[in-house]
Design a protein around this ligand. Structure first.
Ligand code: PMP
Length: 378
C-alpha cells in the first residue's frame, strides 16, 4: 500500500505543478511590445530582505535599473523626445537630432531612444567621464563631443557646449532639440505622471517613507509631489545626499553651500564624491520645483555607500550603482528612527555594471561577511 500511496502523491504533485504552470502562462504571459520604447516604465518594486529583516521595517527598491537602457533616465529621455514631437521640434519619420550635455545615464538613454525612434544623438561630455559610459555611448552610435571639464559658468562646460551645438544645428535649418535635463520640465513631469502613480499602486496608496537622491531633481520632485498629493497618508520624503553636496544643508538648514563656495564655481557641478549621478552645488529648475515636498536630507559618506553596495550584492543579489547604495544607507538610518513595520521605498536608479571602473573598483574589495552595523558604522 506504501507504493500505491507514494504513486498517488506523485500524481497529485505532478498535477498541481501542471496546474500552476498553466495558470502562470495564462495570466502572466508578457505582452508583445512594438519597440524598446514600450519597455520603459512599470518597473517592479522589490523587497530588500536583508535590510527589512535587520530593521524591522519593510524596505523596497523601485527597480528603475530594469528600464531598457538601464536607468530612470529612459523615462526622461522618452518624455523629452515626445514633448519635442508635440512642439514640432522633432517629427517622427524625418531626420532630427537630440543634443544633451551629460556625463551620466541620460546620454545613454537618449542614444538608445534615438536609435529606436529614428533620430540621431549628439552627446557632449567631460573628457574624464568613466570609460564604460564612453564605450556605451560609442557602441550605441552617438556622436560624442568630449570637452575639457569646466564649471557651469564656463561657456565651454559640457551642458553649455550641448546647447551651443543644438543652436548651431537648428540655425542651419536642421531639426534638433536640446534635451536640457536640468531645466526641462519634461523631466519632473514624467516622474509625476508615471513613476509616482506606479509607486502609489504598488504600495496600495500607503507609504511611510520615500527616499531618493538628487541630480537634476526630476525624480524626487515628480515622485514626491505625486505622493504628497495622493497618498492616503503623506509619506515623509528624504533626500539622500552624498558627501560634499550642498543639498543636505539647503534642505535641513536653508543654506546651500558646504564650504561657502559660490554656485557653479566648482570644476564640475558634480561634487567631491565617488558617487555618480547625484549631489550638486547648483539649484536647477527641476530641483527648485520640488524643494517644498522634501522633508529632510540625510548625508551619506562614500565609505558607507561602498560598503552598502557590497552588502546588498552578497545578501540580496542586488548589484546596484553608487546612488542606489546611498539611498539604501539613508533607508537604514531612517528605519532605525521610525516605528517597526514602517513601509519605505527607495529608488534603485541603476546597476553596478555601469560603475565598475570607479565605485565598484572599491566596493569589490569589501569583505563579503560585512555586517549592517559595520556598513553604517555609527
Ligand atoms: N542616480 C543616477 C545613477 C543618476 O544618473 C541620476 C541622474 N543624474 C540620479 C540618480 C538622480 O536622478 P535625478 O536627476 O532625477 O535627480
Amino acid at each position: 500500500w506504501r507504493d500505491a500511496l507514494s504513486a498517488l502523491s506523485l500524481l497529485i504533485a505532478g498535477y498541481s505543478t501542471y496546474r500552476y504552470y498553466r495558470s502562470l502562462s495564462e495570466s502572466t504571459i508578457p505582452p508583445v511590445k512594438k519597440g524598446v520604447e514600450e519597455l520603459i516604465g512599470n518597473t517592479p518594486l522589490v523587497l530588500i530582505k536583508s535590510l527589512s529583516n535587520a530593521t524591522g521595517c519593510r524596505v523596497y527598491a523601485k527597480m528603475e535599473l530594469c528600464n531598457p537602457a538601464g536607468s530612470a533616465k529612459d523615462r526622461v529621455a522618452y518624455n523629452v523626445i515626445q514633448t519635442a514631437e508635440k512642439t514640432g521640434q522633432l517629427v517622427r519619420g524625418e531626420p532630427g537630432w537630440v543634443f544633451e550635455g551629460t556625463s551620466g545615464s541620460t546620454g545613454i538613454s537618449v542614444a538608445m531612444l534615438c536609435n529606436a525612434l529614428g533620430y540621431k544623438a549628439h552627446i557632449s561630455l567631460p573628457d574624464d567621464t568613466s570609460s564604460e559610459k564612453l564605450a556605451l555611448l560609442e557602441s550605441l552610435g552617438a556622436v560624442v563631443n568630449k570637452v575639457k571639464p569646466a564649471s557651469i559658468v564656463d561657456p565651454d562646460q559640457y551642458v553649455n557646449a550641448a546647447k551651443k551645438s543644438a543652436e548651431a544645428m537648428v540655425s542651419k535649418g536642421i531639426r534638433g532639440v536640446f534635451a536640457d535635463q536640468f531645466e526641462n520640465e519634461a523631466n519632473w513631469r514624467i516622474h509625476y505622471e508615471a513613476t509616482g502613480p506606479e509607486i502609489y499602486r504598488q504600495t496600495g496608496g500607503e507609504l511611510d517613507l520615500f527616499i531618493a537622491g538628487c541630480g537634476t531633481g526630476g525624480t524626487i520632485t515628480g515622485v514626491s509631489k505625486y505622493l504628497k498629493e495622493n497618498m492616503k497618508t503623506q509619506p515623509h520624503v528624504v533626500l539622500a545626499d552624498p558627501q560634499g553636496s550642498g543639498f543636505y544643508n539647503r534642505i535641513n538648514y536653508g543654506v546651500m553651500y558646504d564650504n561657502a563656495e559660490k554656485e557653479g564655481t566648482r570644476r564640475r557641478h558634480q561634487v567631491d564624491t565617488i558617487v555618480e549621478g547625484i549631489g550638486l552645488n547648483r539649484i536647477t529648475r527641476n530641483f527648485k520645483l520640488g524643494e517644498t515636498y522634501i522633508d529632510e536630507s540625510i548625508r551619506v559618506t562614500d565609505e558607507q555607500a561602498i560598503k552598502m553596495a557590497k552588502f546588498l550584492t552578497v545578501n540580496d543579489g542586488l548589484f546596484v550603482g553608487s546612488s542606489t547604495a546611498i539611498n539604501a544607507v539613508a533607508a537604514v538610518k531612517m528605519a532605525r528612527r521610525t516605528s517597526t513595520g514602517s513601509k519605505i521605498v527607495i529608488i534603485a536608479c541603476d546597476a553596478g555594471s555601469r560603475h565598475l571602473s570607479k565605485f565598484w573598483k572599491e566596493a569589490k574589495n569589501v569583505d563579503c561577511n560585512i555586517t549592517l552595523d559595520q556598513v553604517i558604522g555609527e
